[in-house]
Write a protein that binds this ligand. Structure first.
Ligand code: NZQ
Ligand code: ZN
Length: 386
């Protein structure tokens, strides 16, 4: 096991009726900006619960943060923060609203002229404006981590940022919020969380027995609850397990002491930037090709995964590893998630070269658990996903 440091300061308020308890978490003298997305919270009762919990507070609101939070819109929210002397942010939404809020938390205290530099110059945020979240869509883990991904339509870019100053002060995880989530977004959430675990697991054995088993148990839980959630989002037991699995998949715990490989996400973000494909679906497109292309370096973990998560007991190590890839793709398809780029766009020719070129232009840092993948490798992986 590798050496590591681990600190996660986010307080979790988990369960039914926890939204009202946000009043115990936010300082009484805060001037709050409540941030939300396209309006789903106004139809499902969450907005009502949040505003009633905040009735003793001075707050204003900013709605309209789109999926894949857009820089230009966030800059309008930044204006509100400055004009209204906001001191505390409250994100009410999925990964997009929470990530947008993290950007604002950082930008509100940023002293440079152009907040976009935070993303292009990899400026780590050590101190941000304090914020809490009310999660409405289990998927990204953003509610308990310090990362964010921001989109800029003007330049077709989708870039990551983060830093220890960007952990939420608290996050409310009420599993009943999933009642109103459309099937497509539920399937996305399951797929995103599943891939988060894979990115921190599908590398090479390093003797981290506990991390491996926690990762495998998150995968098994997601597999077990997926059909139940899709059939009946009001199944509280399934919803609670789904929600906590998504948070645990990306709150930093399972990546401690082990190698990680975020290549599928790095490539997937480019597909969202170029084609607007839902984040989770880009992962389902890239993951099978990535694991096939890097089969030799990942086959021990692929076989372990096939054995322990999918109960594949027959065959050689290579055959089990291959079965692991096939089971993964079949799982995505069982959620009605397509796994080829051509399922999403007819305009895919040249995408592989374009993505490799973008990575090169940004300064190639190497991808994969050994940072050994080259832009040429990326090109081949994307071509295999056509
Ligand atoms: O905008 P509203 O009206 O709220 O509707 C949203 C949106 O249309 C809807 N929704 C959310 N909760 C709902 C609901 N509809 C009905 N009932 C509810 N309770 O769902 C749609 C998608 O929401 P979004 O927030 O975009 O989804 P998700 O949580 O999957 O977030 C995706 C974003 O997170 C980033 C992705 O790149 C993408 O931009 N990620 C963030 C990560 C992080 N910070 O750690 C890691 C991830 O890998 C990912 O990259
Ligand atoms: Zn993701």
């Amino acid at each position: 096991m590798n050496n590591f440091e681990y600190q996660n300061p986010t307080k979790i308020l988990f369960g039914k009726d926890q939204i009202e308890n946000i009043k115990n978490e936010i300082p009484k003298d805060a001037k709050i900006l409540v941030l939300y997305g396209g309006g789903s919270i106004k139809k499902n009762g969450i907005y009502q619960q949040v505003t009633s919990a905040l009735k003793a507070y001075d707050f204003v609101e900013f709605g309209g943060i789109p999926a894949n939070p857009e820089y230009a819109i966030l800059m309008e929210a930044l204006q509100v923060i400055k004009e209204q002397n906001i001191t505390y942010l409250l994100a009410v939404g999925g990964g997009s609203v929470i990530d947008g809020t993290k950007f604002l938390s950082s930008a509100a205290l940023y002293e440079g002229d152009t907040p976009w530099d935070i993303l292009t110059q990899n400026i780590r945020t050590t101190k941000g404006m304090p914020f809490g979240t009310v999660l409405t869509l289990p998927a990204t883990g953003s509610e308990m981590n310090s990362g964010a991904v921001i989109t800029r339509e003007e330049t077709q870019e989708k870039l990551a940022m983060g830093g220890p100053g960007l952990f939420p002060k608290f996050s409310v995880l009420d599993p009943t919020v999933i009642h109103s989530i459309p099937q497509r977004q539920l399937a996305n959430g399951i797929t995103d969380a599943f891939n988060h675990v894979l990115e921190q697991y599908m590398t090479y054995p390093i003797g981290a027995l506990l991390q491996d088993r926690i990762a495998e148990s998150i995968l098994q839980t997601l597999i077990e609850v997926a059909p139940k959630i899709l059939k009946d989002p009001t199944d509280y037991k399934a919803a609670a397990n789904f929600m906590w699995s998504c948070t645990m998949a990306l709150n930093g715990l399972i990546q401690k002491g082990v190698p990680t490989d975020w290549a599928v996400h790095a490539i997937g973000h480019e597909l969202t930037a170029l084609f607007g494909i839902d984040h989770a679906r880009t992962l389902a497109v890239i993951a099978p090709s990535h694991y096939t292309y890097n089969f030799e370096s990942k086959k021990e973990k692929l076989a372990q995964y096939a054995e322990r998560v999918w109960q594949v007991t027959e065959g050689t190590l290579e055959e089990k590893a291959q079965a692991g890839i096939e089971k993964t793709e079949a799982f995505f398809k069982s959620l009605e998630i397509d796994t080829k780029l051509s399922d999403y766009t007819q305009d895919y020719q040249g995408t592989a070269q374009k993505i490799a070129q973008r990575f090169t232009e940004r300064g190639w840092k190497g991808l994969g658990e050994h940072q050994s993948l080259t832009p040429n490798d990326v090109e081949k992986i994307v071509e295999m996903a056509y």
